[in-house]
Write a protein of this length. Structure first.
Ligand code: DX5
Ligand code: ZN
Length: 214
């Protein structure tokens, strides 16, 4: 299991310390949520802030774009240090072109779907994707409750294309991580349950082992 702590739950006034802390605590990837205030009713950060975090870890940057028509910003996010770029299918008028732009820039392409989007919408793109992000809450905010019925989407994707990674994001903790692992999830995003834990290393290690006791 790959564990990607979400910096959305970190202390933004100490980003370099927070990123080093989760690196040392065993994070596999760093999950970065870019929100535009249009696609989701919240604003976070963009390429300049991501680029300022880049020197503090060698771990892959897993960038989750919650922005309308992301295509024009792909080169900037890549230049800022994104290794995996996830965009929302619902936000792109030409998803093929966005996948192409991500691949052309040398990053790994990934598509996210909101809870209300059926899994069928993503199936035509699986051949060209490194990963699919199945949202397990409505995108926009941390600390929400996990939606277990989203895991049927994970099963469909893994059945069709076992080699495409599936990531879940929203409400992931020790308990929901095990449910996700049983459905075939490869990557767990966790904000509150890692940054809110007394011992981040223990929290990450328990998430990493969520597929060991199926
Ligand atoms: C929500 C973001 C998540 C968020 C998850 O739109 O995509 O990455 O940080 O937070 P938790 O783990 O607290 O649900
Ligand atoms: Zn996210």
């Amino acid at each position: 299991m790959i564990v990607a702590p979400s910096m959305l739950a970190s202390d933004f006034s100490h980003l370099s310390d927070e990123i080093r802390r989760i690196d040392i605590a065993g994070a596999d990837w760093v999950h970065l949520d870019a929100m535009d205030g249009h696609f989701v009713p919240n604003l976070t950060f963009g390429p300049p802030v991501i680029s300022s975090m880049r020197p503090y870890t060698d771990k892959p940057f897993d960038v989750h774009l919650m922005i309308d028509e992301p295509i024009q910003y792909i080169p900037q996010f890549r230049k800022a240090g994104a290794d995996i770029i996830t965009f929302h299918l619902e936000a792109a008028s030409d998803p093929d072109a966005v996948i192409q732009a991500i691949s052309d820039g040398g990053a790994k392409p990934s598509v996210a779907i909101k809870p209300g989007t059926p899994v069928d919408a993503v199936l035509p793109y699986l051949d060209r994707l490194y990963m699919v992000l199945v949202m397990t809450v409505e995108p926009g905010f941390g600390g929400q409750k996990f939606m277990p019925n989203m895991l049927s989407k994970v099963r469909v994707i893994k059945q069709k294309r076992p080699d495409v990674l599936v990531e879940v994001d929203g409400g992931i903790n020790d308990v929901t991580a095990k449910e996700a692992a049983r459905a075939g999830v490869n990557v767990l995003v966790a904000g509150t349950s890692v940054f809110g834990a007394k011992d981040a290393a223990a929290a990450i290690s328990s998430l990493k082992n969520s597929d060991r006791t199926l």
